[in-house]
Design a protein around this ligand. Structure first.
Ligand code: GDP
Ligand code: MN
Length: 380
């Protein structure tokens, strides 16, 4: 789960990482009031779940409450890479002498948390990594040994920070970032820019914070931060119904039982020259309720032209799945074509049940490849 800047900064604040004081506002008038309360100048910042807000005109300095109101009016409703601004964070403006970059993420290759730190902050970190990799200090943390203070010093010296007061503050922030990462079960914590003010104070001016979805049960206060309005309709529906759903960019809606089978289904659709629109994983079962839930989620995606139902009966019996599909189709009327591949335990019986009773828009195919070809053909 990605957090907004203001939410990430709240977690930073709780972890003892210095951030500026600010207010979340929902109207230009509230932005004016917040600016008056905080004292000017302030920065007026679009809250959207994407980066690059500054370049897109979503971050503006305001010199007075009236100015903050005007800047907020210009930012509300702005479309930043497909994210429309409904929330604005107004914070006390900082004077900036230097912009650094600090992040902590998972390096899946080494299976360890990875710190990255550079004095070349404020810009795209990918550019620094590509063009001047020697300026990017990297350090892995052994999760069993835990984080050690010498590692923070190595990062700070490695990136060439020379001022002793800066060194001390950044070493402290690095330690606190690690604590926050562990405490809140983060997948990513990024501070870009980590600034140094003209009087030498280091603080986090931005926050990118991603929390592991699987850990949200441990953090109800973070789970409650989820902004349902920012979640696409299908994903919200899938969450409510407990269906595993992933959106993709093609035309074939995929429904399978089991993650491995679903992954192979994506491949076989590609092999047949098509593109999946999304996929749902029914898990082990195939009862009518599960099928109805998954079909409702899949078909609410307007990109879907055809549904590919790929079921392998292992523990689940194909005749039971076939009954489930028919019951589901009784309950929700679908006009789009549905291609079904049933194989495994009681496959013959299952296929017969479908062949005898199925509506005209349902096509039963014996193999995965045949079914994929049929689905791709029907999607055109
Ligand atoms: P991003 O563009 O989405 O990464 O948003 P940031 O929060 O990083 O803001 C973009 C840029 O706006 C920063 O790199 C700063 O240069 C500038 N900025 C943000 N806050 C302040 C501030 O308090 N004072 C000044 N002078 N500039 C700021
Ligand atoms: Mn930034």
């Amino acid at each position: 789960m990605d957090l907004y800047e203001f939410q990430g900064k709240e977690l930073f604040r709780q972890a003892g990482i210095p951030v500026s004081e600010g207010r979340l506002v929902l109207t230009p008038q509230e932005a004016r009031d917040a600016a008056a309360e905080l004292g000017c100048p302030v920065v007026v910042k679009a809250q959207v779940l994407t980066g690059g807000r500054g370049k897109a005109g979503g971050v503006k300095l305001a010199i007075s409450p009236a100015d903050a109101e005007e800047k907020a009016r210009g930012i509300f409703g702005l479309d930043i890479k497909g994210h429309v601004v409904h929330k604005i964070w107004v914070e006390q403006a900082s004077d900036i002498a230097k912009e650094y970059y600090l992040s902590l993420t998972f390096d899946r290759g080494t299976k360890r948390p990875l710190f990255m730190f550079t004095k070349e902050g404020g810009v795209d970190i990918e550019d620094v990594a590509a063009n001047t990799p020697e300026k990017l200090a990297k350090l892995h943390v052994d999760p069993l040994e835990g984080f050690q203070a010498y590692q923070a010093r190595r990062l700070v010296y490695g990136a060439g920070v020379e001022d002793p007061s800066e060194q001390k503050q950044i070493v402290s922030i690095i330690g606190k970032l690690y604590e926050a990462f562990i405490r809140f079960d983060a997948m990513l914590c990024e501070i870009n820019p980590l600034i140094v003010t003209p009087d030498g104070v280091v603080k986090a001016l931005d926050s990118k914070f991603t929390v592991d979805d699987n850990a949200l049960v441990k953090h109800p206060e973070i789970a409650a931060m989820r902004d349902l309005d920012a979640v696409p309709v299908q994903e919200r529906m899938a969450k409510e119904k407990g269906v595993t759903y992933v959106k993709l960019d093609g035309e074939v809606g995929i429904l399978g039982n089991g993650a491995g089978l679903v992954m192979s289904t994506l491949d076989v659709i590609a092999l047949a020259g098509g593109k999946p629109a999304n996929f749902c994983d029914l898990g082990g079962g195939g009862d009518a309720d599960g099928v109805v839930d998954a079909l409702e989620v899949i078909t609410s995606d307007p990109d879907v032209k055809v549904i590919f139902f790929n079921i392998f009966g292992g523990i689940t019996r194909c005749d039971v799945v076939a009954e489930g599909i028919l019951k589901a189709l009784d309950r929700i009327k679908l006009t789009m074509p549905i291609v079904v591949r049933l194989d495994g335990t009681n496959a013959e019986a299952g296929r017969k049940i479908l062949a005898d009773a199925a509506p005209a828009n349902l096509y039963v195919q014996p193999t995965m490849l045949d079914a994929a070809r049929k689905a791709v053909e029907l999607s055109r």
